[in-house]
Design a protein around this ligand. Structure first.
Ligand code: FAD
Length: 515
């Protein structure tokens, strides 16, 4: 059996990649070793630019149930310090509360609709690579088979077999200084304050959901995802290393909460039959693959990077890796990828992963116990009164401080390499917005002033690039060339000399030779 692309791993990142490839006409095969999706809860939601990126694919409505575009949150937290975003004119910290299981169900449904093949119970066991193809050994319920593919993507999670088989290093640190405990529980009144989601702990005080609380003993947080069902997480600094466990007794969670917040939270196993998902995780890893590409093999998501979950950055990072890789890989399969395009996946996304590891480690430091950290938090609190600092931190957490290399020799427009904002547009066929133009997953040349010469220059790429003329009250530039992942490849204003030459050069750099 031979196929174009095999994706190892049917988690959120593998499934989103399957959607992206299928949208571009490639029919990937997803191998997922588990016959059924696990019930243990993982991510509670998506935080950051990825929410808007899903809107740019028309998936936000399916995920949120709302037919309005996403709006940024007015406040967030950095290392359990409040981040007041209300003073900023705009910010990229969007939040979409959705359990990971639901995210995966929706992505799988969409991938299948688009024609991707998803094989559950099929485990990749080995990878061999030749110059023109990758051979994969698969163990399935019907026995062992080989699969040959032009490309393989390891989206097989933190313990990635693909990464190990390719000899890709995973350097970083494992911090054994703390232990996390979590579970899904019922919390009883009067501690559970009916109607508000808050907890009123006698002798301690009031806690709010979806908020981290640092104490001198550790860190406590919880959320309520359906009436009466709470997810509680508590972190303590461990005097001696402990083992990971998924069979932790509930009493261990109760005791850890008592030690950290100094009061009792009455918890019992969920009454609705949901799994208690009690779990002890000793320490945390901050690691990143030393390369994201090895010949015809790529890594994405947790296979490429692991870090603390503080602030919920995992899916924002992983899903945007996938949106970056998907169109490039599809271009290679469809035969128009210019030289070097596939290497820009590593050069663009590896530095973004480094920044996530940096800010999650910085937040872990701010959450640590001790008088020196308390002083550092006071200083940070002062700095966070400055709107420019709030903007810096919120852009960092949202993954919005990215400017990709434009691969042009001369000076680039200020928009080039940056995220294309979602602006309201009027075209000959009515009102629309940027997000809607990008839903087919194709590059878009968006002319916001009458520049017929530039639209003509793009004619030879019309099999790959959509040319759209529109009017807007808030033009970020006269003409913008937008990549399928929502980033601006090139832009021009009236004062740019010979814009048609620059446009043709950019079209060739990113989207290959003219037809
Ligand atoms: C408790 C918890 C809470 C979290 N909360 C958040 C949050 O709120 N927000 C957020 O953004 N992130 C959160 N995360 C992180 C997020 O869950 C991960 O970043 C995400 O699961 C990564 O997705 P992935 O597809 O890369 O990998 P995974 O979800 O690990 O999926 C990998 C898949 O590959 C399969 N697989 C593995 N090996 C093979 C093989 N050899 N062959 C075939 N299939 C294979 C696995 O069975 C699995 O289904 C949380 C994580 C945890 C554990």
């Amino acid at each position: 059996m031979t196929t174009d692309v095999v994706i190892a791993g049917g988690g959120p990142n593998g499934l989103l990649l399957a959607c992206e490839l299928a949208l571009a006409g490639v029919r990937p095969v997803v191998l997922e070793r588990l016959p059924e999706r696990p019930t243990a809860p993982k991510a509670n939601g998506l935080v950051g630019r990825v929410v808007q990126a899903l809107d740019y694919r028309g998936l936000y409505e399916r995920f949120s149930g709302s037919n309005r575009p996403p709006v940024p949150v007015p406040g967030f937290q950095f290392g359990a310090l409040p981040l007041d975003l209300s003073a900023l004119d705009s910010n990229a910290l969007y939040a979409l509360p959705i359990p990971q299981r639901r995210t995966e169900e929706l992505l799988e449904e969409h991938a299948r609709e688009l024609g991707a093949q998803i094989r559950r119970g099929h485990e990749l066991t080995a990878v061999r690579q030749a110059a023109d193809l990758v051979t994969i050994d698969v163990q399935s319920p019907h026995g062992h088979y080989e699969l040959a593919a032009k490309f393989l993507v390891g989206a097989d999670g933190a313990h990635s077999i693909v990464r190990k088989q390719c000899g890709i290093g995973f350097p970083g640190v494992t911090d054994h200084s703390f232990v996390g405990r979590s579970g899904q529980v019922t919390i009883h009144p009067p501690v559970a304050v009916l109607g508000t989601g808050e907890l009123q702990v006698p002798g301690v005080g009031r806690f709010r959901p979806a908020t981290f609380t640092r104490t001198e003993k550790g860190m406590f947080s919880y959320g309520m995802f359906q009436p009466g069902l709470y997810r509680v997480a508590v972190y303590e600094w461990a005097p001696s290393p402990l083992e990971d466990s998924t069979v932790m007794p509930l009493d261990e969670l109760r005791s850890a909460v008592r030690r950290v917040i100094g009061g009792d939270v009455p918890m019992s196993e969920p009454t609705g039959g949901e799994p208690p998902a009690l779990r002890r995780s000793a320490g945390a890893n901050s690691r990143q693959a030393d390369r994201y590409r090895h010949g015809r093999v790529f890594l994405a998501g947790d296979a490429a990077h692991v870090h603390s979950g503080v602030g919920g950055p995992g899916l924002n990072l992983g899903m945007q890796d996938v949106l970056n890789l998907g169109w490039k890989l599809a271009a290679a399969v469809n035969g128009w990828a210019p030289q070097g395009l596939l290497d820009t996946y590593q050069s663009e996304r590896h530095p973004v992963g480094q920044r996530v590891i940096m800010h999650t480690r910085a937040q872990t430091a701010l959450l640590s116990p001790g008088a020196n950290i308390t002083a550092l938090r006071e200083l940070f609190t002062e700095l966070l009164r400055e709107p420019s600092t709030v903007r810096h931190i919120s852009d960092l957490m949202a993954g919005a401080d990215i400017r990709y290399d434009t691969l042009t020799a001369g000076p680039a427009h200020a928009m080039a390499g940056r995220w294309m904002p979602d602006v309201a547009l009027r075209t000959g066929s009515g009102s629309t917005r940027t997000a809607e133009l990008l839903r087919p997953g194709r590059p878009v040349l968006l002319a916001l002033t009458d520049r017929a010469g530039l639209a003509d220059a793009a004619k030879e790429w019309s099999d790959r690039v959509d040319v759209i003329t529109a009017a807007t009250a808030e033009p970020p530039a006269d003409v913008v060339l937008i990549r399928p992942d929502g980033y601006v490849a090139w832009a021009t204003d009236t004062d740019t000399p010979s814009p048609a030459d620059g446009l043709r050069h950019t079209l060739q750099t990113w989207f290959g030779d003219p037809a």
